[in-house]
Design a protein around this ligand. Structure first.
Ligand code: FAD
Length: 333
């Protein structure tokens, strides 16, 4: 695919605000599917991005601009990309059309979408932010692009609801993507949408987002049903020279899926509440060859963070524990 290039020039106070903060950020982007280069002179700072294809370039613009705006003192920096890509189109926000659904387990519904250029979602970024109507059967508007390549969201009833989900599978040759929705009760809006959707229904997707999968020689994965899609995908895509040791807690036996495990992967099914203890009981592994990833309800994810750090002795750079959802009073679907 053709390599496309965009650049952004900052002068004076804006350049100063960024200088000195960019090196760490650029290191973080190092394992993404795009390249960032920064040239500095006394008064000027020029950022260049290159990426294969216009969608990747749009994703790179949004990721870099979003991260820059989060740096101290940079929230209102005026960033404007020039160069390749259509400044009016957000290549990383797409319309997805439902083509089929099936129950994988009693509380897990797989929705298959037809997605233009589905290959864009293959790779090590597994998550997307879905754009859904605020009410069942209602409409929403897609965001427009600002010069920084970030979305400008519509207001009022046309503002979509945003929920994070995982790309469970990509079949690029058929332009298909699967997402597995946990049917929790009472259903929130995303769950109600997934429960009721029919072929032909449309939603939006922004991404892929999040941190890329970490390719350590040994990956320890842990989570509940909501993290199962990334855990199973990581197992399916695990290269022969890497190992995965996965721990999944579930509410009842019916939620257990038949999984064909590659020889170098292990998967432990646990009862709800046993995740932290199972990890704690695990032997420490020495060295830098381990990376751990956990996804679960907020309180569990906090416990797992403590176990990974205190009991398994992993330094912060070698694990991530993410709150996938938060137990709280339900809002009406
Ligand atoms: C990176 C990431 C990837 C994710 N991937 C997936 C995925 O592939 N599949 C998936 O099903 N979920 C996934 N999730 C979790 C999903 O985003 C949340 O469960 C989300 O809150 C569901 O939205 P909702 O509109 O149904 O409910 P909300 O409106 O968010 O919440 C309504 C009520 O439901 C409760 N609730 C929300 N989720 C659950 C749950 N899982 N179990 C029990 N109660 C719940 C809330 O506490 C609240 O009371 C992911 C989350 C993250 C951060």
């Amino acid at each position: 695919m053709t390599e496309l290039v965009a650049h952004c020039r900052l002068e004076g106070a804006a350049a100063e605000a960024l200088a000195g903060q960019l090196d760490a950020a650029i290191r973080l982007w190092g394992n993404e599917a795009f390249h960032v280069c920064c040239e500095r002179s006394r008064q000027e700072l020029c950022l260049s991005l290159s990426a294969p294809g216009w969608r990747r370039l749009a994703l790179a613009k949004a990721r870099v601009a979003g991260e820059i705006r989060r740096l101290p003192g940079c929230a209102t920096l005026a960033l404007a990309w020039a160069g390749d890509g259509n400044p009016e189109r957000l290549g990383h926000v797409q319309r997805w059309i439902v083509t089929g659904t099936r129950l994988v387990t009693p509380h897990l519904r797989r929705v298959t979408f037809r997605v233009e250029e589905a290959a864009f979602y293959a790779g090590d970024l597994h998550h997307v932010r879905l754009l859904l109507p605020q009410r069942g059967g209602g409409a929403f508007a897609f965001p427009k692009a600002c010069p920084a390549g970030l979305p400008i969201w519509p207001e009022g009833e046309l503002m979509p609801l945003l929920r994070n989900y995982t790309i469970r599978a990509v079949r690029a040759d058929r332009e298909e993507i699967d997402v597995d929705f946990v049917l929790h009760e009472p259903a929130g809006p995303a769950t109600a949408w997934a429960r009721d959707c029919r072929p032909g229904d449309e939603i939006g997707a922004l991404g892929p987002i999040g941190w890329p999968v970490s390719h350590a020689p040994l990956r320890i994965l842990a989570g509940d049903e909501t993290a199962l899609p990334t855990i199973l995908r990581q197992i399916e895509e695990c290269p022969a020279e890497e190992c995965i040791d996965a721990y999944v807690e579930f509410a009842d036996e019916g939620e257990r899926q038949e999984v064909a495990l590659p020889a170098q992967c292990r998967l432990h099914w646990l009862r709800r509440g046993d995740l932290a203890e199972a990890l704690r009981a695990r032997a420490r592994e020495d060295g830098d060859a381990v990376f751990a990833y956990a996804g679960a309800e907020f309180a569990t994810s906090q416990r797992l963070k403590a176990v990974l750090s205190d009991d398994l002795g992993l330094p912060h750079a070698q694990f991530r524990s993410v709150a996938y959802w938060r137990a709280q009073a339900a809002s009406p679907a």
